[in-house]
Structures are given as C-alpha cells and as structure tokens.
Design a protein around this ligand. Sequence first.
Ligand SMILES: [Zn+2]
Length: 262
Amino acid sequence: MKAIDSHAHLEELKDLESCLRRAASRGVIAVVTAGSDASSSRFALEARSRFKELGIQVFGAIGLHPWSLRELGRDGIEEALDFIEARAGEAVAIGEVGLDYWLPEARRDGEGRRLQREVFARQLRIARKAEKPVVVHSRGAWKDCLEMVKEAEVEALFHWFSGPLEVLKELLACGYCVSATLALDYSEEHRRVILNTPLSRILSETDSPVRYKGRFNREAEPADVVDVVAMIASLKEVGLEEAAKHCLNNAIRFYSLPSELG
Ligand SMILES: [Zn+2]
C-alpha cells in the first residue's frame, strides 16, 4: 500500500528521522507538515530538501494556528502573518489555520473570537492571492469556518472534521474535503463524518504527534496513517487498496503534489 500522511507537525516529533524511516517502511511515500507559527512554518518550508535520502517526501504548509495567538501577542502575530504572506508561494497550502471556539479565551463571543476571525481572514486572503488551498482547524467553530472559507473562495481541507452533519453536507456541496485521523477508532462524531463523506473527498492524516485515546494512546507518528487508511476501508466497506488509492490521489490533487507520487 502507498499512503500519504496529509497533515502532521513534524517539528514536534522526537527522533524524527527514525519516525520517517518507519513510515517509509510501511509504504508512506509523503508527509505534509503544517506550520502553527513562524518557526514551525519556516521548518515546514525547509523540510522538503532535508529528508530526501530517507525515501519519503516531505512537503510544507505554512500558517498561524488559533492555538498560537495568545502566546504570541499582537507583535508576534503580525510577524508570523508577514512571514506567511512573504513565503506563501513556496508552500503547498496555507495551514494549519482556522478557528477554535473551545479555547478558554474564545468560549464566548468577544475579543478572543474576534482576534481568531481577524487572523483567519487575513490568511484566507493570503491563500486566495497565492492561489493555495487552506488546511482548516474548525473545532467548535465549524459553521463560522465554513462561512469564512466560502466567502474567501479558496479550496479547503477541513482537517480531522468532527462537526455536525449539516455543516458537513454543506462543505461537501461546496466541493471541499475532510481528513480522517486515528480518532476513527473511538470518536462517534468522527466516524459519522467519514461514513457520510464520499471516498473521493477523504484524505488520510495523523496530526502527529497528537496523543489519541483508545488503541493509539501514545504519540502518533506518520507511519500510523496506514492504520487510518485501514479504518477508512473498513468503515466504507471497501478493500484496503481501494481506500488507499482514493486517499493518495485526493492528497495529490488537493495539495497539487507531483503526479509521479500517484
Ligand atoms: Zn494539526
């Protein structure tokens, strides 16, 4: 099986080289590493040339994550956004970006949410101008994320989507994609999303090094994307190869990766 881990945070992995070697040995041919702030975005852009000899390709997305805003403060946010704007052309996507209304500072409508929306809107404009797709974090803010993406007229991947079915239906009608993670093992919401999404719109990812519940209660790594594909196959009641082929081609198409990967 050939697989692509379409969303990970490689800069946070311990012993990254071993992780990438293990992934390559399980058939993972590429990983898209996403930025969360300026330094992880810089890492993402440099990663492409750094790991070539490991038999796996790494592609970089750059973005400012809603989780990074509080720590960065106004000046740090501006600096990160300027970096993303200046380097957008070199990335395969703008991400990880979006809104998170479950964060303490954004539980209620107010300054916290306003700042998230402002930062997300600016990155959507950057994506639109650079003609790049966006990788969207939408926890607790599913509807608002969808509305903003629609307004921006960009391609979007709703990563690890576990939102309501009405929002899923609308985002699929708009032509957007969702990605599946190891949470398929235990999350009813996430399983329901994947059950209701055609294979032509599902990407596979690990969000490494996130620690999942259930069977994968340890730091995830890109090799685990093979288990994600297997869970997608079993949920959709198709063969492993068929699920793998869809996820692979969807990732290649979404990120405009080299077609030789397919
Ligand atoms: Zn992520």
